[in-house]
Design a protein around this ligand. Structure first.
Ligand code: SF4
Length: 342
């Protein structure tokens, strides 16, 4: 009999599992507390549970872990973790400190199907989705290691989270649950390249999770060049889906726009972008491209980034400039894994 990874279950599912073992359902909440709040990694150490229940847990379940392979620390305090999973695959998480805000950027897949021009993760193709436990273990590991309060989670690491919809949604439920990680829904961000069917599914949830959509170009031709996913879900359809999402959920959508030198940063594009997203509840996050070693693409100068932002402002579009962190430790998605594999 194959043991089950206990961190793959939501609370409802775990209640069913323990009920099937003849144990009261409330023990599932107790287990959540021991696994996620206390971070206990061995059923034998769960001394607040009856001995007979601990025995059943050992017989039918196991507690998975990730193994740290590399930890890179930037001079700006950003930390990048390279983890090995139980099957030997590698994933990355990045920890970013900004005042009291401590954000972990986590992975949702091994590789990615979408092959964006500027992204290291997409270059190696797709291997598989992460399980719920593999998503949570990234957070558990970091939470145990750092002394500060980890209070923000962004799904912006390796992979397209909405392509691993069910596991990501389950992981978010556990991250948000008060007897588990207790991270507010508004402190959790899903970042997508624009998988329209999943955006439509997501808007049916009655929750406050933030949605961030990667645009990177305000017209179809350029966006398809930078992000081949645009051939499947073209820009006009994506914007329509985002408008519906914002209306239905009453939440503001953040559009991510990576500025790449000589590619998408002219003021004409700023004008087109303003026209495209004007008129609904959204804002723009401008990001200066963080080139990987040997990348043919380059970052623009800060003056170009500021001019782009000012142009958006004159058109009434709120925009912020996200300062790229961890440049010295290959902190952009997929870069550390690439270096390690080389
Ligand atoms: S940017 Fe995101 S969607 Fe695009 S290839 Fe990288 S991980 Fe995939």
């Amino acid at each position: 009999m194959q043991k089950k990874d206990i961190k793959n279950f939501t609370l409802n599912e775990l209640q069913e599992e323990v009920k099937n073992l003849g144990v009261e359902k409330y023990r599932a909440t107790q287990l959540f507390n021991l696994l996620y709040k206390k971070g206990i990694e061995d059923f034998r150490d769960m001394l607040s549970l009856p001995t007979s229940f601990r025995g059943l847990l050992q017989r039918y379940f196991y507690i998975s872990k990730v193994r740290l392979v590399n930890l890179a620390k930037s001079k700006d305090q950003t930390e990048k973790y390279l983890f090995k999973l139980e099957d030997g695959n590698l994933i990355e998480s990045v920890l970013i400190f900004s005042g009291k805000r401590v954000t972990e950027c986590i992975s949702s897949q091994i590789g990615c199907k979408y092959n964006c021009l500027f992204c290291e993760s997409g270059k190696k193709g797709f291997t598989r989705n992460l399980t719920v436990s593999e998503i949570l273990n990234q957070v558990l590991f970091v939470k145990k290691k750092i002394e500060s309060n980890l209070n923000n989670i962004v799904f912006m690491g390796i992979g397209e989270p909405l392509d691993n919809y069910d596991n990501v949604v389950k992981a978010i439920c556990i991250l948000n649950f008060k007897d588990a990680f207790n991270i507010g829904a508004r402190k959790i961000t899903i970042s997508t390249c624009g998988v329209i069917p999943a955006i439509k599914r997501l808007q049916e949830h009655n929750w406050q999770v933030e949605l961030s959509v990667s645009l990177h170009a305000p017209e179809n031709k350029l966006r398809s060049y930078l992000m081949p996913v645009n051939n499947i879900y073209p820009l006009p359809d994506l914007i329509e889906a985002c408008k519906n999402y914002a209306e239905k959920t009453k939440r503001q959508i953040t559009f991510e726009y990576i500025l790449i030198k000589g590619m998408n940063g002219s003021l004409i594009y700023a004008d087109k972008l303003a026209k495209l997203i004007g008129g609904f509840n959204s804002k723009i996050n401008l990001i200066t491209f963080n080139p990987a070693p040997n990348s043919l693409l380059q970052a623009p100068g800060i003056s170009q980034v500021k001019s782009f932002k000012n142009k958006l402002a004159t058109r009434g579009i709120p925009a912020t400039i996200r300062i790229s962190k961890g440049d010295d430790i290959s902190a952009a998605c997929g870069q550390l894994k690439s270096l390690h594999l080389k």
